[in-house]
Design a protein around this ligand. Structure first.
Ligand SMILES: [Ca+2]
Length: 497
């Protein structure tokens, strides 16, 4: 079976390939340029053909996995991992097989929270942009921002101003100081977790039962939050640490997967067990919504923050891979498709036809405008780079006013030979074409993702005009956003003489 067919066949379901309240909070929201909460319009909107009335302000549950790859679900291609609950979410909702995020953790979170591409916040990566041995770096790089700038409204600020109860339980990664914590960024309730999957730490420190598994602990907080706020619109952000290393899982699940045969590079029983616990979390959240009869008035969104850790061996890199993103090329830390394309599912019965697939590309910065439109809120007064996906949720074949996606990564996730982590690069996707511009030497790689989803055939030399047009558009975008560029060390030395 070809790699492409593997993903198609494995689906087999006929739906395609896969705290401060009051005055202080009010002043803060005002300073962020968010209008006061609009009055609840009250009138439910009903879409012809769908039996359920649409609430004016649906609840929103946003579940983010950590390092889960594009084929790491049974419904997105895996014949080894088991995800019955996420599969159900897909059957009952809309799946986007071409959804994009950043190459690693922090920038995706910044983009989701602000609706802005990385050059606007300066959050390009975790820690610094000059990783790896200095001798391996040909370029000097800009400073990376690790605290999400305070002058930016977050999606939680916006939904809170629209009257939502807001809660966040899990990995934050957008600043360590108290003024950067989620409780200071629009979340009424927040518990930030860090460290490991067992014996983890929380901020604020809370009592954790002996032997608690982090995915279960976070899910407990999530269902408590839903129960507590069942009578009013709520926004629940559940950013799991699963399935990020360290690989730690519950023994009964590990034993279950040890008994299975590996398939298509999916082979690690502990990683599979972590995915199973993540899937159980989605099942418990959906179960609580069902129990409280909230499922028809709740938008549930599931995605991952970057590609899976795997797919490097094909490039001759021995990185101790955990999973495999085939048919996509490479994995986390790379801007090839395996690093930046992830599963994305949305369920919202009054709006979305069950079991649909939308082939229009989407990206992390689309989430803020999408959620604000769903909530009937008002967009913050800051430049926004995404487009609302609501027209697509209503009709998968609809078009949206955006045909181009951009990336700018001006640094080194490492960069020495044999590393799977990227060097400075810019990426533009327009229509079926994707251009990568490697800043060290200006090298271009052009792929037609429709014909060549595995990015095997570089068309830059055979389609030079297309490559040039995309490179120029990428450059214009960088200029528009005043994106900081890395500079060649050799050029700087010459200039100093
Ligand atoms: Ca991650």
């Amino acid at each position: 079976m070809s790699l492409r067919n593997r993903s198609m066949a494995a689906c087999g379901n006929g739906i395609g390939p896969c705290a401060a309240r009051g005055v202080i909070a009010g002043a803060l929201l005002c300073s962020l340029g968010i209008a006061a909460a609009p009055a609840d319009p009250g009138e439910p909107a009903t879409r012809p053909g769908l039996a359920v009335d649409r609430p004016a302000r649906p609840n929103i549950v946003l579940i983010l996995a950590d390092d889960l790859g594009w084929t790491d679900l049974s419904c997105s291609g895996s014949r080894y991992y088991e995800t019955p609950n996420i599969d159900r979410l897909r059957r009952e909702g809309m799946y986007f097989p071409q959804f994009y995020v950043s190459q690693n953790c922090a920038p995706t979170r910044a983009c989701i929270m602000t609706g802005q591409y990385a050059p606007r916040t300066g959050v390009y990566t975790v820690t610094n942009l000059d990783r790896g041995p200095a001798a391996a770096r040909k370029m000097n790089v800009p400073r990376n921002v690790t605290n999400l700038p305070r002058d930016r409204a977050t999606v939680a600020d916006v939904l809170k101003s629209a009257g939502y109860a807001t809660g966040m339980f899990g990995k934050w990664h957008l600043g360590e100081g108290q003024e950067y914590q989620p409780s200071a960024r629009g979340f009424d309730e927040a518990i930030v977790s860090a460290g490991r999957h067992f014996n983890f730490r929380t901020n604020p420190g809370v009592d954790v039962p002996e032997g608690a598994y982090l995915a279960d602990f976070l899910t407990d907080r999530a269902v408590e939050f839903i129960e507590k706020h069942k009578g009013r619109p709520f926004f629940l952000y559940l950013p799991h640490f699963a399935v990020h290393v360290p690989l730690e899982a519950k023994e009964r699940w590990i034993e279950h997967f040890k008994a299975k045969s590996p398939a298509d590079g999916h082979k690690n029983p502990t990683y599979a067990a972590m995915i199973a616990s993540l899937d159980e979390s989605i099942g418990r959240v959906m179960g609580k919504l069902d129990e409280l009869k909230l499922s028809d008035r709740t938008v549930v969104i599931f995605l991952s923050d970057n590609g899976g850790v795997g797919g490097y061996a094909a490039a001759g890199v021995d990185a101790g891979e955990i999973t495999d993103n085939r048919p996509l090329r490479s994995g986390k830390g790379s801007l090839y498709e395996g690093g930046i394309r992830v599963p994305f599912v949305v369920k919202y019965p009054p709006m979305i036809e069950p079991g649909t697939t939308c082939d229009t590309p989407g990206i992390h910065v689309d989430l803020l405008p999408t959620l604000v439109e769903l909530a009937g809120g008002r967009l913050p007064k800051q430049p926004l780079d995404g487009a609302s996906l609501v027209p697509l949720l209503k009709d998968a074949k609809a078009s949206i006013d955006r045909d181009t996606l951009y990336y700018h990564f001006p640094g080194y996730l490492q960069g020495q030979p044999g590393s799977w982590r990227t060097t400075p690069v810019g990426v533009i996707r327009q229509g079926d074409f994707k251009l990568m511009e490697f800043y060290e030497d200006g090298r271009l790689e052009l792929y037609n993702l429709k014909d060549d989803p595995s990015e095997k055939t570089n068309l830059a030399d055979t389609m030079p005009e297309k490559a040039r047009a995309l490179r120029d558009r990428l450059a214009a975008w960088r200029q528009d956003l005043k994106a900081e560029m890395p500079t060649l060390k050799s050029v700087e030395k010459r200039a100093a003489k």
